[in-house]
Design a protein around this ligand. Structure first.
Ligand SMILES: Nc1nc2c(ncn2[C@@H]2O[C@H](COP(=O)(O)OP(=O)(O)OP(=O)(O)O)[C@@H](O)[C@H]2O)c(=O)[nH]1
Ligand SMILES: [Mg+2]
Length: 471
């Protein structure tokens, strides 16, 4: 093993010498995790970040780009041979091609290596050659972090918690009915198990659609190539005093434990623990538009997602990390181009408040945190419109559904985020006295100057926070 590492380093070293680079054996790597719940904007963020690091004309807030210290960037084969490569070229072609469209949903882990060549800096810069930094970007679903809580729970406790939530949810009706017709003490029967799993999975999807995030096991929603396998064929069952060895209950318990061992733990071991910097993307505007319950649910989910970054309570993760920790975490509200810039401070205050608890926890664990509102790809332009004698700050873009150009006012976000979060916590059904609209815009057609990446909002600031100190 050691031999192969050395020869790999030597190969890279030889490579580097040709480019006038020094330190042939040491090329540091920074692993940047990009996560967020479904549709938060992970794929678009990575695509635009990479495009804007390759062509840095719009990255003025990234100090190394502005000063020219970041001399070049190029894509390289990634180090992890078994992780799918992030399809950068396909996603970029979708966003910047002649008929721009949003890339398809991805829903699995993927990785991309961007190598950066840097001019030396600091006191000894006159004596040093160029440096190289490998930036490995890892895209993974936020839902997978929610599974961490399962590691501390046995099958019985998990079942009880999941079943306790069901009576209040109409979408659980069919699963509860199927459960009523099931005898958990009977011999395990695969057909029965599959039917129950289909109902349970349908319930999880419906719950997620209704805005609930407590939808473990996370991989049931995003199965990938595990679809139909026994580790994804189990359901919560009512508690039993005693369960026989061959009973349905025992088999479900066995599979639940296998899910933890074969799905949850490997993700944390192979991907999560290697992350140095993390960005958590949040589509807060959509939640605000859906209503107070979605906002409260998002707040709770962010707390759960972030508990992975304060591993003290989880023995397995603490042991895996052995003192290593994520150094920086950025919370970013995505799709800020849906708002006129006058409303961006309010958006930032909301994302700060939404993630306050999670941020406190991360700070407790020693990670530096920040929050901002960004748009990975700016799909709109701004304009003021007069309405009933009032000037409204609007955004204009091509509507995704109709393809028509249209100006849009999403509603006034409050200066004090508590005006949204407090009713959400109290379980309000609707926003009192305010209305929030959300609109889907298509990506704009671009005519990029050489040296410019796609237009964005504050992507350069995000990059400065996440990687600036290493450049
Ligand atoms: N206007 C605007 N819309 C965006 C932006 N980023 C993402 N979106 C919208 O959000 C949708 C989801 O973005 P993705 O990047 O695919 O989100 P994801 O988190 O990778 O989603 P999954 O792969 O399904 O988990 C896109 O299809 C766009 O409609 C942005 O910067 N501006
Ligand atoms: Mg994606």
């Amino acid at each position: 093993m050691v031999l192969s590492v050395v020869s790999d380093g030597a190969m890279r070293g030889l490579d580097s010498l040709g480019n006038g680079l020094t330190s042939p054996f040491f090329e540091p790597t920074l692993r940047l995790g990009v996560t967020g719940l479904a549709r938060a904007g992970k794929t678009v963020f990575i695509t635009s970040l990479v495009a804007n690091l390759l062509n840095r004309g719009r990255m003025l807030q990234l100090e190394a780009a502005r000063s020219g210290r970041l001399e070049s960037a190029f894509l390289q084969p990634q180090p992890d041979m078994t992780v799918p490569r992030f399809s950068y070229e396909d996603h970029l072609a979708a966003l910047t091609g002649p008929k721009p469209h949003w890339p398809a949903s991805t829903r699995a882990v993927s990785e991309l290596r961007l190598s950066l060549t840097l001019q030396p800096s600091g006191l000894l810069s006159g004596f040093q050659g160029k440096r190289r930094l490998h930036l490995d970007i890892i895209d993974y679903p936020g839902e997978w972090l929610l599974d961490l809580a399962l590691l501390d729970k046995g099958y019985e406790t998990w079942s009880q918690e999941v079943l306790a939530r069901m009576p209040q949810r109409t979408c659980a009706k069919k699963y509860l009915q199927a459960l009523g017709e099931t005898d958990p003490t009977a011999d395990h029967d695969e057909v029965r198990a599959q039917k129950l799993t289909a109902e349970f999975t349908a319930y999880l999807h419906a719950s997620r659609k209704a805005g609930f995030y407590d939808c473990t096991p996370g991989r049931f929603l995003l199965p990938g190539d595990l679809e139909g396998s026994p580790v994804l064929t189990f359901v919560p069952l009512e508690r039993l005093e005693t369960a026989r060895r061959r009973s349905l209950w025992r088999e479900m318990e066995r599979r639940y434990e296998a899910y933890k061992a074969k799905v949850v733990k490997p993700f944390f071991r192979d991907h999560f623990v290697k992350i140095d910097r993390q960005v958590v993307l949040v589509d807060a505007l959509s939640a605000i538009h859906t209503g107070p319950q979605a906002v409260e649910d998002l707040r709770l989910a962010m707390g759960d997602v972030l508990s992975a970054f304060r591993p003290g309570r989880n023995g397995f993760l603490t042991q895996l990390l052995r003192g290593k920790r994520v150094e920086k975490i950025l919370f970013a509200a995505t799709k800020a181009d849906h708002l006129h810039h006058q409303q961006h401070p309010q958006m930032t205050a909301i994302i700060e408040a939404l993630t306050a608890e999670a941020r406190d926890r991360a700070q407790f664990a020693g990670a530096q945190t920040a929050a901002l509102a960004l748009a990975s790809i700016r799909a709109t332009t701004e304009e003021m419109r007069s309405h009933n004698g009032q000037d409204l700050p609007c955004v204009r873009g091509k509507l995704l559904e109709s393809g028509r150009q249209s100006a849009f006012y999403p509603g006034a976000l409050p200066d004090d985020p508590a005006r949204l979060l407090a009713p959400a916590r109290k379980g309000a059904e609707a926003w009192l006295g305010s209305e929030y609209q959300s609109m889907q815009f298509a990506p704009a057609e671009l005519d990029l100057k050489p040296g410019d990446g796609p237009p964005h909002i504050r992507l350069d600031r995000a990059a400065e926070f996440l990687i600036g100190d290493k450049l």
